[in-house]
Design a binder for this molecule. Structure first.
Ligand code: SF4
Ligand code: SF4
Length: 376
């Protein structure tokens, strides 16, 4: 067979037997490969040694406060949608040491230089909503006037191998948010998984280099048609919807005294779970600590939450003293004022906050109820 030219912007097909080679090639190019795997009955992202460790044959079921993996034995690697974890942890880790101090021989504090691990990451099996969430966090952490050094150090060299979401989760509404189930640009490689092959979109020069020398096949019209049909069906199978998200800033910011805020406050436990699982939430706190001898000290950054009462405690008073004000802050920021701040919605429709809320609070239902109250 004539040699198949692999170019940026082109499509090619990789038989599934080639997936292991793809993982090996990324590792040989110096990437630390991270991929979805099963741990504690959920999908988590962690270092991947082999394609054998991917959740082949599994599907996931999600609903309010429900996440379940089911083994059906099908031949697909990327059917099971992610659990509570997103990729946020790799660029904005839950805990980061920002600075370390040690006393010198005269007892003066000296700052010890921080070294950052610059090993490039290859994130594989990134779902469309999670790639969109990374792009939302890019707007937060990589601004024109300031770049977060911790985020930047891992983000700039990351390789992203995304997957079209062909079996969407029951709580997601990415079709409403324009973030899925087809992956938007921003990937190095994007897979559409069929029974025997992957159709691969090559999105960057790094992606092209990875595909060079791989055992690819020409993309047949049959495979392209099958991929498109499955994507169209996926859009119809979406678990939730959120009509006209661009109208939400006006709805939310003009109705701060709505009864709906009192109603949700009777159900919300201010537990912070929704913000911890949300792939775009970025609240953090800094913590200083010293060892018992007083010779060393450190400053750390750790994830925080706008649901945490201490988060809004300022100079002797709390600007958001109750659950009503904290839930309202979360929703109005995420779906409303985020547009003015970062030029986009803060929500990508991944559905995690619905799946992992122990009180079964559903943002799509809350926003619908607010709309109905205002229109009544
Ligand atoms: S909305 Fe649900 S997950 Fe979020 S703080 Fe309230 S109870 Fe917890
Ligand atoms: S608000 Fe909920 S649905 Fe939207 S990105 Fe965050 S976790 Fe996902």
């Amino acid at each position: 067979m004539a040699e198949i030219l692999v170019t940026v912007g082109s499509k090619t097909a990789l038989p599934k037997t080639g997936l292991e080679k793809l993982v090996e090639k990324l590792a040989a190019m110096g990437y630390q490969v991270i991929g979805p795997q099963i741990q504690d009955a959920a999908i988590v992202y962690k270092p991947l040694k082999s394609a054998q460790d991917l959740p082949k044959g599994y599907s996931s079921q999600q609903d309010n406060a429900t996440y379940r993996l089911v083994y059906t034995g099908h031949p697909r690697y990327f059917d099971a949608t992610p659990g509570a974890q997103s990729l946020k942890q790799f660029f904005f880790p839950p805990l980061t040491e920002l600075a370390k101090y040690a006393r010198d021989e005269k007892g003066h504090w000296q700052i010890e230089e921080q070294t950052r691990d610059l090993t490039p990451l290859a994130l594989i099996g990134v779902f469309p909503c999670d790639l969109a969430a990374i792009q939302v966090q890019d707007k937060v952490f990589l601004r024109e006037e300031w770049k977060d050094p911790v985020y930047w150090s891992r983000r700039q060299s990351a390789f992203i191998l995304s997957v079209n979401c062909l079996h969407p989760c029951g709580t997601g509404f990415c079709a409403s948010m324009g973030t899925g189930p087809k992956t938007n640009p921003g990937y190095d490689l994007n897979l559409t998984e069929l029974e025997d092959v992957f159709i691969i979109d090559i999105g960057s020069e790094a992606g092209r280099m990875v595909m060079e020398g791989m055992p690819v096949l020409p993309t047949s019209a049959f495979w392209l048609q099958a991929g498109q049909k499955t994507l169209d069906e996926a859009t119809l199978k979406m678990g939730r919807s959120l009509p006209n998200p661009e109208q939400l800033p006006d709805l939310l910011l003009n109705n701060l005294d709505a009864h709906q805020w009192d109603d949700v406050a009777t159900r919300c436990m201010s537990c912070t779970s929704c913000t911890q699982v949300c792939p775009t939430c970025f609240c953090w706190d800094t913590r200083d600590s010293a060892d018992l001898t007083g010779q060393t000290a450190q400053r750390e950054r750790l994830w925080d939450s706008c649901f945490n009462p201490e988060y809004s405690y300022i100079v002797g008073g709390n600007s958001r003293p109750n659950t009503r004000s904290r839930y309202r802050q979360w929703l109005t920021h995420k779906f409303g004022s985020w547009y003015a701040q970062f030029g986009t919605s803060g929500c990508v429709g991944c559905g995690r906050c619905i799946t992992w809320c122990p009180a079964k609070i559903d943002v799509t239902a809350e926003l619908k109820a607010l709309r109905e109250e205002v229109q009544a």
